[in-house]
Design a protein around this ligand. Structure first.
Ligand SMILES: Nc1nc2c(c(=O)[nH]1)N[C@H]1C(S)=C(S)[C@@H](COP(=O)(O)O)O[C@H]1N2
Ligand SMILES: [Mo]
Length: 312
């Protein structure tokens, strides 16, 4: 074994800076022009968030920023996945406040900017599986929803959390179409409170180190990685706590095909197609879909005695 030399000893100053650097993530480096060039070359956005990086223990291969921001489901704009990006400029994510009401000690309103200051941000590299059979891997930035719930002073009667996307016809073209709109607005989603408290459930404000693009649900969205993508509601305007199971948009639209739970499950087919496989964006060959999208260890306990065919 080689003996220690003075070169091996990390000076305290360097050590402190290193810790600061790790905490800041990419954001601390943006002033460095070499890095700016590198980001441009890799087609990565300029980071504007401070966050703790995910160590990516499962070695997931990330989809590119380009892929994640160019192929979207956001019916408030259009049903064309390639079309959302070009229309999404009408969404004005700043200023943006969310209302919190229902079974809480006291309803309140909070600006997303405040939220970002209040909760330390983390990167979470998650698999994301749409019910339609495509998937991707996304480096989300956000914080655990359970942190927010703990501060919301929720009453013990509350059993569910309900989310609503903003209703604003100046921002969302499909909302102006009245009875000809593609679905009923505002878009609604919900979770059982214990699902919401699971550490995987994220309130998300960014991806690839940068605040969310409009097409991905700026400025605040939900990410529930073990459920089909439609549970991950975008551009949230209201969060309510209730004692009744919320009627989510897709269940309301077509209850035979979409339920409340929407857990990713290769053994429970959609009435019109198999859920056994998925196509990762950018890949030619399909891969097997995993139970709970690969998060069974983390979330299996939530559904221990439930018939997953019945509660789909
Ligand atoms: N408000 C709102 N949220 C939404 C949707 C939508 O149409 N409107 N689509 C859902 C669906 S079906 C999916 S797959 C994901 C897509 O998220 P992404 O475009 O960021 O990949 O958003 C979900 N959240
Ligand atoms: Mo989806």
């Amino acid at each position: 074994m080689k003996s220690l030399t003075s070169n091996d000893i990390t000076p305290k100053e360097l050590f402190d800076n290193r810790r600061k650097f790790l905490k800041l993530g990419v954001a601390s480096l943006v002033a460095n022009s070499a890095l700016v060039d590198l980001l441009a070359k890799e087609n990565l956005p300029m980071s504007n968030l401070n966050y703790v990086k995910d160590t990516n223990p499962n070695n997931l291969t990330l989809n590119s920023f380009e892929q994640i921001t160019s192929y979207n489901n956001f019916y408030e704009f259009t049903t064309s996945k390639e079309g959302v990006k070009g229309l999404a400029h009408t969404l004005k994510p700043k200023p943006w406040s969310i209302v919190v009401d229902g079974l809480v000690e006291k309803p309140f309103e909070m600006d997303v900017e405040e939220l970002i200051k209040k909760y330390p941000l983390q990167e979470r590299i998650y698999r994301f599986r749409c019910v339609e059979g495509w998937s991707m891997v996304v480096p989300w930035i956000g914080f655990e929803l359970n942190q927010f719930i703990r501060d919301a002073k929720v009453l013990s009667k509350a059993k569910y959390i309900r989310f609503e996307t903003r209703y604003d016809e100046t921002m969302f073209p499909d909302q102006t179409r009245g009875i000809f709109a593609t679905i009923d607005y505002p878009y609604v989603e919900g979770l059982r409170l214990d699902e919401a408290m699971n550490p995987l459930t994220l309130l998300c404000v960014g991806l690839y180190g940068k605040t969310l693009e409009n097409q991905n649900g700026a400025p605040l969205r939900l990410v529930v990685p073990w459920k089909y993508g439609f549970k991950s509601i975008k551009s949230i305007a209201k969060i309510s706590f209730t004692d009744v199971e919320p009627l989510n948009s897709w269940q309301k639209e077509n209850p035979k095909e979409y339920g409340f739970y929407a857990n990713v499950n290769p053994k429970v087919d959609h009435p019109r197609w198999s859920q056994k496989k998925e196509r990762v964006l950018g890949k030619f060959l399909k891969q097997d879909t995993l139970l709970f999208n690969g998060y069974e260890k983390e979330v299996g306990y939530l559904y221990k005695d439930m018939d997953l065919t019945r509660y789909f």
